[in-house]
Design a protein around this ligand. Structure first.
Ligand code: NAP
Length: 314
């Protein structure tokens, strides 16, 4: 689905974004493009980030998070997962009655535990996670179309006001996202499989290649088009964000990595034993999974992901 044509009526009168990097910047650009917020107020830690955000996508920036949330009917926490508790403690006493607080953190159970206790009665807490991003970060990295046709998962607890959830959904859908609701524990396990463990594997593979480079000099980089380049892109992701993801989704990530290691040993053995049949059957199965992703519209079937240069073997 692509974003609705602008201008729509504002869904919220005042949106406060805490943390002004890739995700907050993209939200602000998208809300502006479609007229979804009466006013966008922002806060980030550094004066430099605040100045860039003011120039590019905020109507107003404030020196403290507490000031930013005053009178806001939607507050979205867009800081690294490890910073959520501190921000929530600061803003809690300043939230307007009836406001909705959401977040975009990549882990959900830890954010709920960190933020929930600081929110007063009468504030709707609707945790969220857009499954969209790039390896770039900071206030200049955002763009209005980041969420188009991407999933945005919401993990509200039972008993959350359905009208507040419906209103947030309306905003996210108008930014082009496909919204689904999921239980937080389930979210963390699913994300460990589809995102967190793959990132760790990419970091590891790039680390291994880095060791090797000392032996083979330039070859690893020179021939990196053959698959490895995608690992280097993923492994260039923000170090703070990913440190926090692993520390806060520890249980699910370790579960998946345990399974991964077992499969790896199994494939290692098949290679050692020259069991071509087993390898072929395994790769046939994984190929079908890729087809399923394309059929679900979550990636392109164009060779080499649509790149026109740097094709495999160049
Ligand atoms: P980012 O570009 O690195 O931006 C993070 C922002 O948070 C910066 O503006 C930073 O301010 C601010 N910040 C950090 N600690 C703070 C604190 N204690 N108080 C106030 N501001 C603080 O990060 P991002 O990629 O937008 O990610 C933000 C969140 O989205 C994370 O929770 C991440 O898990 C989640 N997420 C990321 C992606 C992705 O692919 N990047 C995808 C989905 C969800 P300064 O610039 O002043 O340091």
């Amino acid at each position: 689905m692509s974003a609705a044509p602008s201008p729509a009526a504002p869904v919220y009168d005042r949106v406060a974004l805490i943390g002004l990097g890739l995700i907050a910047g993209s939200m602000a650009h998208a809300m502006r493009a479609h007229g979804l917020a009466g006013e966008i107020v922002g806060h980030a830690r550094s004066a430099e980030t605040r100045a860039v955000a003011q120039e590019l996508f905020c109507d107003r920036v404030t020196e403290t998070a507490a000031e930013a949330v005053r009178g806001a009917d939607l507050v979205v926490l867009c800081v690294p997962v490890g910073a959520m508790a501190g921000v929530a403690a600061e803003i809690g006493p300043h939230l307007a009655p009836g406001a909705t607080v959401s977040d975009v953190g990549s882990v959900k159970q830890a954010v709920i535990a960190a933020v929930g206790p600081h929110l007063p009665q009468g504030v709707h807490f609707i945790p969220g996670h857009p499954l969209a991003g790039t390896e770039y970060s900071g206030p200049r990295a955002g763009f209005a179309t980041l969420f188009e046709n991407r999933w945005w998962l919401l993990t509200p607890e039972d008993g959350t006001d359905p009208a507040a959830v419906a209103r947030l959904r309306r905003l996210l859908e108008a930014m082009g996202a496909n919204v689904d609701e999921m239980e937080a524990k389930r979210h963390d396990l699913v994300l460990a499989v589809v995102s967190h463990a793959p990132h760790l594997i990419a970091y590891t593979m790039v680390g291994v290649a880095d060791h090797l480079r000392r032996v083979t000099q330039e070859e690893v980089i020179k021939y990196s088009a053959s698959g490895f380049r995608d690992f280097t892109r993923i492994a260039a992701s923000d170090a703070t964000m990913w440190r926090d993801v692993f520390l806060t989704n520890k249980e699910a990530v370790l579960d998946i990595l345990g399974r991964f290691t077992e499969e790896l040993f199994m494939l290692q053995r098949a290679i050692r034993m020259e069991d071509g049949e087993q390898l072929h059957a395994y790769f046939t199965r994984t190929r079908q999974i890729r087809r399923g992703i394309i059929e679900a519209g979550q990636d392109t079937s164009v060779p080499n992901f649509g790149r026109t240069t740097g094709a495999k073997g160049e």
